[in-house]
Design a protein around this ligand. Sequence first.
Ligand SMILES: Cc1cc2nc3c(=O)[nH]c(=O)nc-3n(C[C@H](O)[C@H](O)[C@H](O)COP(=O)(O)OP(=O)(O)OC[C@H]3O[C@@H](n4cnc5c(N)ncnc54)[C@H](O)[C@@H]3O)c2cc1C
Length: 429
Amino acid sequence: MTIATIQNTPQNVEVVIVGGGLVGGLCALLLAEAGVKITVIDAAPPLTDEARAKGLLAKRDARVWALSPASLSLLERVGVWSRVVRHAPYQGMQVWSRDGRGVLDFGDLEQAHSDQEKILLGSMVEPSVLSLALQQVMQEQLGASYLQSKRLKNIERFSEHWSVTLESGESYQTPLVIGADGAGSMVRELAAIQVEQLDYKQMALTCAIRTEKPHGGIARQVFLPSGPLAFLPLANHENQTSAEHDCWQSVVWTLPAVQAQDLSDLDDTALMAALSHASGYVLGQVTAIQSRGVFPLKAQQAKQYCVDGLALIGDAAHVIHPMAGQGVNLGCLDAAVLIDALLHDRARGLWANRQTLKRFERERKLPNSVMMHGLSVLGWLQSSDQQWIMWLRGEGMQALAQLDGLRRVIGEQASGRSAVKSTRYRVMS
Ligand SMILES: Cc1cc2nc3c(=O)[nH]c(=O)nc-3n(C[C@H](O)[C@H](O)[C@H](O)COP(=O)(O)OP(=O)(O)OC[C@H]3O[C@@H](n4cnc5c(N)ncnc54)[C@H](O)[C@@H]3O)c2cc1C
């Protein structure tokens, strides 16, 4: 038999997952744990080569993911979290407005508790650090079913299954395709699922910085007329001095596109001065900068999360403003809710039928939409310089600051616990 014939003989699998980022990877590991026969196709190259891995982790990333307790619990369950080489737990979040009206605190800002007593809001981890751990676990647990550096070419629907072909020639037959292939999802496009989009005409300028004062495990966000500026705790690094302990942070600065571009063109000294000033010197001067990135910002949602035998999860289904640090967390919740629904019906002899996928869509689409539109409104309110809106947002923040109950509800939503409380992936508090 020639290689061409081997490649053209389709393999039968229960699920093909397109995209092996955090969301697709988590989905794959949860399915593999339950003994489901899967194949993961990921265009990203392997990071696990020793030399490459060392180089990869030598520098701090230009951005971090703020992972919620629910995401951490899922990653612990599949054995990824214990492989993460560095991360920064945080126990408090402080949000304030530069016009001086309103400060909003979440979690524990007093720092009076010992490390054991602290209740964590989550942990900050650099994407490259997490991707390395994820790839290692996927390689070990999925073996040959994890295809790296492979691109999807086409998917075609037949009466009971999908035919999936890769650019490299392999093909698969499967009753279920999961599209976890990010914001520009090819799966979504090939399945003719439309998206609703809102271009914020803003960009996020990101970088790693060192400040004079330590962050103390607190994430900080100031609302400026141009958009929010966040300082997020970064993990300590093996190559840093003891004086730098807890002094590195990750910046996400949302700005109108032109302003972001202008700032990103500044040299390090000028950008450090701009950041120190914009943050109101909350942690003193910014004294060093490492790694920079600029990301265009948009909100996007697929009109449907599923069609027959196909589901979209993560950024393939929805993209939100990074202001609340929830994008990848919503994707992890999608994965947990989808896999729980699939396994529940599998135990009854059903696999990937329309009702199961619709149930997943019902459970996830509304909360994701609420988050997406809520952030769009908040962004608009915060960036407006009209007097009455400035007054309203100051009053709103002050009122919210007084309402312990409401703050607890917001904190509970952000933790992701309520989304998985009726699934097998329930998070114990
Ligand atoms: C500035 C910024 C800050 C952010 N901060 C946070 C934060 O603090 N917390 C948070 O939760 N979220 C944050 N996010 C959002 C977060 O980065 C995304 O929500 C997350 O990366 C989405 O994960 P995903 O796995 O769905 O998609 P992706 O990470 O985009 O992964 C998609 C995968 O699919 C693969 N792929 C794509 N096309 C194909 C193809 N044709 N064939 C095969 N494979 C393919 C890619 O190689 C990739 O591995 C932030 C985003 C930005 C821009």
